[in-house]
Write a protein that binds this ligand. Structure first.
Ligand SMILES: [Zn+2]
Length: 161
């Protein structure tokens, strides 16, 4: 198995962590069994998702029972890219926080920042992570990608909520 699931309940809310790679081994049935009507999925340790994994994920998400309350926390960059590119990747889920790729020109280093989605669907930096300045040299970091595409799920969440 290229990934593992772990579960922790907090009142009537269930937290599910997926760690590893979502690929042809991804078993939607296993995840379906772990689901309850109120779930927070933690996706910071999803390292990659293959085309098989995407198909399986979308079929899982599209079959969630109506009324499922689902939130995604700390979505890794590979997962966030799918939210931006595939409008049915999120299903009824709301993205609460996600990582974004940045780049320091001075240091020639790539880095990631955790961003939080605010109630108005703008984003703010996680207060525990320094803002968009390089931790080594203090230069302003450049977004490493096409912001309009990467953040497109924000507009889409806003239009459907
Ligand atoms: Zn730097």
């Amino acid at each position: 198995m290229s990934y593992d699931l772990s579960i922790q309940d907090e009142g009537d809310r269930r937290h599910i962590w997926i760690r590893g790679e979502i690929d042809e081994d991804f078993d939607a049935q296993q995840l379906r069994k772990a689901f309850t009507p109120n779930v927070v999925m933690h996706l910071e340790d999803v390292r990659s998702i293959s085309s098989c994994g995407i198909r399986e994920w979308i079929s899982f998400i599209s079959e969630l029972p109506a009324g499922t309350h689902l939130e995604f926390e700390k979505c890794s960059i590979p997962i966030t890219r799918q939210f931006g590119m595939l409008s049915n990747f999120r299903g009824p889920g709301l993205i609460r926080s996600f990582y974004a790729p940045y780049y320091c020109d001075e240091c020639d280093e790539e880095t990631e920042r955790l961003l939080r989605v605010k109630a108005d669907h703008s984003v703010e930096h996680d207060p525990n992570v320094p803002d968009c300045k390089c931790a080594d040299c203090g230069s302003k970091l450049e977004f490493d990608g096409v912001e309009r595409v990467y953040f497109s799920f924000l507009r889409e969440m806003m239009s459907k909520e």
